[in-house]
Design a protein around this ligand. Structure first.
Ligand code: ADP
Ligand code: MG
Length: 857
């Protein structure tokens, strides 16, 4: 597709620019430079001040070669690819266009022919495009070792007449005699191309031959002196190289590949006034300009895509028709001078070349020919030539006077021109006809399209009529259906209203459900409160328990301290009693000792008195007896007094002891009573605590049962609620199922899920609460059990200790009583002893009295 597109679009004509260096004359006259070439950027800048006007223009070309560029540079860069394409079977053309003296001939041919000193095998540096192309062709073909033939033609177009530059010498001599070269006719070849009849085709076998040929041709070239360039030429020259290369197909057939390279050295592009052509040469310049002008017009027509391209207006354009907008690849080398005096021409050349850039060619490879057909063609040619030779040798052609011949010839020429013109017209007509035919075909096609469309439309119309009828029916039906639908819609509206009512009921139910939910929440809150209260009760109970235990502890401690105090008091009392007892005994002993002492002193006094009485005998007997009696009475008195004192003493002692005994007994009783009271208290206390513990246990059991009850109640209420809710929602859902199934079911499901999850959560919370409470109660139970156990052990201990203390105090009491009894015994024995001493004293006294009385007597 793209390649086809490319083919249709074509390839632009390649345009190169070459600027020659200053010539010796220009250098001598010191001409200023107006042209600067930028080879790399492919730009040419023209700048010059003319009468204060600054001209500054830049042109871009496909390639630009400055004054320093050598022949080899230009060839390598621009021509080598073209020659390669020729070798591939393309037709290519290279034009040299420019003012006279700018180097067209130098570029195309070079100056090798003048200095024949070519280095062995190679080309001289000055060699132009033609010798280099021929050399490249031969080098390539020899390198390929293919079978080939290279033919060259070299013609000149001067004054619209074609001359063969390679024609043999003798003919040219004849022509020289005529002072006119024999012009060759230009003919249609019948295949759309043109043919120069009688043009010598020189077969070239080596590159070196080309220089001889070029020399031969150039010497024949018509030159005339002008002011600009002594060797300038107003003629166009066309050098063609045709190559035939034999190729073998895989099938073994031999094909001939054909390529052609045209190298055109155009005449100078300067106009007549500038060239200084005068007189006889004015026509010459005009003719030159005619060919060049036609070339320019052809280029304009091609660039502006005009319908008619005036190829036929000049021989040059006819010869090069295929190179301009045809199937040939074309390259134009525009040559310019850098000097200021050529500026005008330089600018026109640049414009011309720049315009030519826009020409598009559609290059095509030449069809390869079968060798056999080529041979056939050649045989035909040979036959034709043979006939000609035969006619000329036998002189059996037509003879006529020269004048008539020339007349006829000129007529023939005119006719031929007419024919050519007519041919061109016919071509145009044919083109027009083709266009018209195309148009006609298009119209016919359009017409057929339209008829087919009409048919289709008619068909459509009938179909549409049918459709219309059916549509009418359908319309009726649909109207009926509409009525039905209206009825259905009204019914649906009614049912919708019912649904709305039901939805309202459902909403109220849902609200109820939400209320239930909220009541459930409240219940749960209450439950929470209850459990908090329970916890508080348990806490309070704990606090109370601890307080009571501490009270109990304090009480027991106070009891113990009281007991201790009592015991100490008992101890002190018994000690004080013992001390009093001891004191009394000591006093008694002292009194006894004092009475003994008194007694002994009394006894001594009596003895003394006795002794005195004895000593004083009789005298004193009476006195003695009196005295004795007095003493006896005094003793009696004394004894009586002593008796009284001792008895009072004893009585006192006894009474004290008895009071002591009574007090002790009282104390012991009191002590016992106190013990009993403490015991009772402790027992009471323990009973109270045990009852309290029992109460506590009952309480905790109650709390537990209450919690369980509450839990059960909650669970029951939840289950009830769930049941009632499910029942209600089920009934509601059943009611509304007809229309709101999806909505309600999804709603119910969501609610179910919600409530279930909530209930699950509640259950979990309640069970966790219960577990917590159970754990708490069990811990409290354990605690109370522990406390009870401790308290029991403690009360047992206290009881034992109290019992031991009672036993101990009883034992002490017994011992005290024993001691008291002993002391009473002692006191009694002392009393007896006193009595005995008293009696013995009395006896002694009476004895004494008797003795004394006896004595006295
Ligand atoms: P034209 O054919 O355009 O009239 P010529 O080819 O005859 O011009 O060249 C005119 C003169 O300029 C010749 O002497 C030629 O040697 C010289 N000349 C042209 N172009 C160059 C160049 N690029 N380098 C050196 N000399 C050149
Ligand atoms: Mg020239």
């Amino acid at each position: 597709m793209s390649s086809r597109h490319d083919k249709e679009k074509g390839v632009n004509v390649q345009v190169l620019l070459r600027c020659r260096p200053f010539s010796d004359d220009e250098l001598r006259s010191n001409a200023p430079q107006v042209l600067t070439c930028n080879d790399l950027q492919r730009e040419v800048a023209v700048s010059q001040n003319i009468a204060g006007k600054h001209i500054d223009r830049v042109f871009t070309f496909d390639k630009v070669f400055g004054p320093s560029a050598q022949q080899k540079d230009l060839y390598d860069q621009a021509v080598v690819p073209i020659v390669n394409e020729v070798l591939e079977g393309f037709n290519c053309t290279i034009f040299a266009y420019g003012q006279t003296g700018t180097g067209k001939t130098y570029t195309m041919e070079g100056e090798c022919r003048r200095s024949k000193s070519a280095p062995c095998g190679g080309l001289p540096a000055e060699a132009g495009v033609i010798p280099r192309a021929v050399k490249q062709i031969f080098d390539t073909l020899e390198g390929q070792q293919a079978e080939y033939s290279v033919k060259v033609t070299f013609l000149e177009l001067y004054n619209e007449e074609i001359t063969d530059l390679l024609a043999p010498e003798d003919i040219s001599r004849v022509a020289a005699e005529d002072k006119q070269k024999k012009p060759l006719p230009l003919m249609e070849d019948g295949k759309g191309g043109v043919l120069v009849r009688g043009l010598e085709e020189e077969i070239v076998t080596s590159a070196n031959e080309i220089f001889t040929l070029l020399e031969r041709g150039s010497s024949k070239r018509r030159t005339a002196e002008t002011f600009l360039n002594k060797q300038s030429s107003r003629s166009h020259s066309l050098f063609s190289i045709t190559i035939h290369i034999k190729e073998a197909t895989p099938e073994g057939e031999e094909l001939i590949k054909c390529g052609k390279l045209n190298l055109v050295d155009l005449a100078g592009s300067e106009n007549i006034s500038r060239s200084g052509a005068r007189d006889g040469r004015a026509r010459e310049a005009g003719e030159i300009n005619k060919s060049l002008l036609t070339l320019g017009r052809v280029i304009s027509a091609l660039v502006e895509h005009l319908g008619h391209v005036p190829y036929r207006d000049s021989k040059l354009t006819r010869l090069l028709r295929d190179s301009l907008g045809g199937r040939t690849k074309t390259c134009i080398i525009a040559t310019v001078s850098p000097a200021v005096h050529c500026l005008e021409e330089t600018l026109s050349t640049l414009d011309y070349a720049h315009r030519a850039k826009n020409i598009r060619n559609k290059p095509e490879v030449n069809q390869k020919m079968m060798k056999s057909t080529l041979i056939k063609d050649l045989y035909g040619e040979i036959e034709r030539l043979k006939a000609e030779v035969y006619a000329s040798r036998e002189k059996n052609g037509v003879y006529m006077p020269k004048e008539r011949y020339y007349q006829e010839e000129s007529e023939r020429k005119a006719m031929a021109e007419q024919i050519e013109q007519m041919g061109g017209q016919i071509e145009n007509y044919q083109k027009q006809l083709e266009e018209l035919q195309d148009k006609y075909v298009g119209q016919v096609r359009e017409c057929s399209d339209l008829t087919s469309k009409l048919d289709i439309t008619e068909k459509n119309l009938s179909q549409t009529c049918k459709v219309l009828a059916s549509t009418n029916e359908e319309l009726k039906k649909s109207q009926y259906a509409m009525k039905e639908k209206d009825f259905i819609i009204s019914e649906q509206k009614k049912s919708e209203n019912v649904l709305v009512q039901q939805a309202c009921i459902l909403q109220s139910n849902l609200e109820k459900a939400t209320k239930d939910n909220s009541s459930l929440h409240q219940k749960i809150g209450r439950e929470d409160k209850l459990s908090a209260d329970n916890r508080k009760v348990v806490d309070n109970y704990q606090v109370e328990l601890s307080e009571q235990i501490s009270n109990l502890f304090n009480r027991v401690a106070s009891c113990l301290s009281q007991q201790n105090v009592h015991l100490q008091g008992v101890n002190k009392l018994s000690q004080s009693r013992l001390e009093a007892h001891n004191k009394a005994i000591l006093e008694m002993k002292k009194k006894v000792r004092a009475s003994r002492d008194l007694y002994s002193s009394h006894l001594e006094e009596v003895q003394n008195v006795v002794r005195l009485h004895k000593a004083n005998s009789n005298a004193c007997l009476e006195e003695v007896s009196a005295l004795t009696t007095s003493s006896a009475s005094s003793i009696d008195e004394f004894l009586a007094s002593g008796d009284e004192t001792t008895s009072s003493l004893f009585d006192e002692l006894q009474s004290a002891l008895s009071s002591h005994q009574g007090e002790m007994a009282l104390f012991a009783r009191e002590l016992r009573q106190r013990f009993h009271t403490t015991m009772e208290q402790t027992q009471e206390m323990s009973e109270y605590t045990s009852t309290f513990f029992q109460k506590l246990m009952e309480e905790s059991k109650n709390a537990e049962s209450r919690a369980a009850e509450a839990n059960n109640g909650q669970i029951n209420s939840i289950i009830d609620f769930q049941k009632t809710y499910e029942a209600q929602s089920k009934s509601d859902a059943d009611k509304l199922i007809a229309d709101l199934t999806n909505l309600v079911s999804s709603h119910i499901r969501r609610q179910h899920e919600l409530v279930d999850s909530r209930l699950h959560n509640f259950k979990d919370a309640v069970s966790s609460n219960k577990i917590f409470l159970d754990e708490h109660v069990s811990t409290v139970n354990n605690l109370t059990k522990d406390a009870k156990r401790k308290w029991e052990t403690f009360s047992m201990q206290a009881e034992n200790e109290a019992r031991e203390g009672a036993d101990f105090s009883a034992a002490k009491h017994c011992r005290m009583e024993l001691l008291l009894q002993q002391s009473v015994g002692h006191a009694e024995s002392a009393f007896k002893h006193c009595k005995i001493t008293h009696e013995s004293l009395k006896e002694m006294n009476s004895k004494q009295v008797t003795d004394v009385s006896s004595l006295v007597r």
